[in-house]
Design a protein around this ligand. Structure first.
Ligand SMILES: Nc1c(NC[C@H](O)[C@H](O)[C@H](O)CO)[nH]c(=O)[nH]c1=O
Ligand SMILES: CC(=O)[C@@H](O)COP(=O)(O)O
Length: 190
């Protein structure tokens, strides 16, 4: 389904996990600032609308979308967050630079999702024209920042649930005590 067939800002609060105790990092590119500020506002407003505390939203700026990877990496290394949203807007120019920036940030964010434990949400517009970017940052197609915030809440919850499952299956490992394997019958000594 293309963006033109769905509004990026639509979500049902009642279907979302509780987010009030989650902490979110948001790394924002300064290139095409009018658009990235619109995306940030969409993301911020959606997080607040879902009861995320203001003090639990950490914003850092980077010069351009290519620097989002490094900014997100340092955010993950230094901040206690449950998810990171990277926000950028890459618009096709006269040269192939567009291709390399888009590829670089896409692969870099993918690598962070593979190599680290905290989800990094890809809120980077890669558009042919400025109008397409305006339409997707609070315009006729809604706001991709809103969509990214909802994805961040869902992924933070998934990470939390996954860690609980892991602890359940390995309840003692974190404490260092002996793990009792459910498949092994206990031998009760007289
Ligand atoms: N043309 C756009 C850029 N280019 C700049 C790069 O992202 C990067 O900051 C530079 O190459 C230095 O490393 N960035 C955008 O975010 N959007 C563009 O349209
Ligand atoms: C994505 C870019 O870096 C691009 O907008 C720069 O424009 P140009 O390709 O005309 O140098």
């Amino acid at each position: 389904m293309a963006t033109a067939n769905k509004n990026l800002s639509e979500y049902d609060k009642n279907t979302l996990p509780k987010a009030k105790d989650f902490r979110f990092g948001i790394v924002v590119s300064e290139w095409n600032e009018k658009v990235t500020e619109g995306l940030y506002n969409g993301a911020y407003d959606a997080l607040i609308d879902n009861d995320v505390r203001e003090q639990n939203i950490i914003r850092w700026n980077v010069p351009g979308s290519f620097e989002l990877v490094y900014g997100a990496k340092k955010m993950l290394q230094t901040q206690n967050v449950d998810a990171v949203i990277v926000i950028g807007c890459v618009i096709q120019g006269e040269t192939k630079h567009f291709d390399f920036v888009c590829e670089g940030v896409t692969q870099g964010i993918k690598d962070l999702n593979v190599q680290t434990d905290v989800p990094v949400i890809f809120c980077v517009l890669t558009d042919n024209t400025e109008q397409q970017s305006i339409d997707r940052s609070g315009g006729i197609h809604g706001n991709k920042g809103t969509e990214a915030a909802i994805a961040a809440i869902k992924m933070a919850f998934l990470r939390q649930q996954a860690s609980l499952i892991h602890e359940y299956k390995n309840p003692m490992l974190t404490s260092g005590a002996i793990q009792i394997d459910e498949g092994t019958p206990l031998e009760l000594k007289e």
